[in-house]
Design a protein around this ligand. Structure first.
Ligand code: ZN
Length: 307
């Protein structure tokens, strides 16, 4: 089979990958293209970069949806580029080194020596453009929005919106075909962090893993994650046991137990905080809320010290 392209909208592609059922993204403008995540290791990233060159010769920039290794260990094949993320480079390198050890050991336990070596060989390329809040990135004739989200699936999630095509790249904020991964997550905050991303009713939602889906699917996912948060809260208050929560959870019991454990680590459930409302605009309920700053991608040239 191998990895394959899906064209979701005009010049918006998703690379569906065999490894970890990953979904990587590509958004092409008139002057530049934006690559959303780069794959699980350097060799995978090389294949991905090569496949992008089948679609466009334009210079690329990269957006990392978060610091989990499978989304950014493929970057070394892309050479010097601007790399946007919601956490800084030092944070990425620290997290990447730890995950490399953990995953190489896991692959070896599973008898996947070659996968372990590939991950160990991958040179880590940290982001050099920090996104705080939201920014617009003009790729030439089309502006994408990079939006810091959360804490939610991790403490450094970032979504990529393509308003003119109605596409939302959600990273692991939404996974399709697998339960949400709560290992580094913030179960109480997660659903309300994703909610505003859906306020503009994107036509297509690209999860970090699994097939692209639609707005209704994303909504039902958020509802299920809100139910997980509610159950975590009931366990924390002693109203039900962890077993009862696992029995009644919308996902498998291991997922629910991981969420409860994370909820415990993060102390008591917070009071519900108001979901940030998009500014009221009479003209377009269908557009994402506009970012404050819009950069021309062609102006974002990477220099030696990365800033
Ligand atoms: Zn993740």
């Amino acid at each position: 089979m191998g990895d394959r392209w899906m064209e979701l909208a005009d010049r918006v592609w998703v690379r569906r990958c065999e490894e970890l059922d990953l979904s990587l993204g590509l958004v092409v403008g008139d002057d530049c293209c934006l690559v959303v995540d780069t794959g699980v290791d350097a060799e995978h990233g090389h294949d991905f970069a090569t496949s992008i060159r089948e679609l466009t010769p334009l210079p690329w920039q990269i957006a990392y949806t978060h610091d989990h290794f499978d989304h950014w260990f493929g970057t070394s094949a892309f050479g010097e580029s601007a790399i946007w993320a919601a956490a800084d480079g030092a944070r990425y390198i620290g997290a990447g080194d730890a995950q490399r050890k953990t995953w190489a050991a896991k692959y070896r336990r599973e008898g996947r020596e070659e996968a372990a070596r590939r991950i160990e060989r991958s040179r880590l390329v940290p982001p050099n453009r920090r996104v705080a809040g939201s920014i617009g990135l003009n790729l030439g004739g089309r502006t994408v929005v990079l939006r810091q989200v959360g804490p939610a699936h991790s403490d450094n999630d970032m979504a990529v919106e393509v308003p003119d095509a109605g596409v939302l790249f959600a990273g692991d904020l939404l996974e399709n075909g697998a339960p949400p991964a709560y290992g580094d997550a913030f179960p109480y905050h997660w659903p309300q962090a994703v909610e505003p991303l859906l306020s503009w009713r994107p036509k297509a939602v690209v999860p970090g893993h699994g097939d692209p889906a639609d707005y209704r699917w994303a909504r039902s996912r958020v509802r299920d994650m809100a139910e997980v948060a509610r159950l975590c809260g009931e366990v924390a208050r002693g109203l039900i046991s962890a077993d009862e929560a696992a029995e009644n959870a919308p996902f498998d019991s291991e997922t629910m137990r991981t969420a409860i454990e994370r909820g415990r680590l993060l102390s008591s459930p917070p009071l519900p905080s108001p979901v940030p409302e998009p500014p009221a605009r009479a003209d377009s309920a269908q557009a994402p809320w506009a970012p404050v700053h819009v950069y021309d991608a062609t102006d974002c040239i990477v220099d030696a010290d990365g800033e």
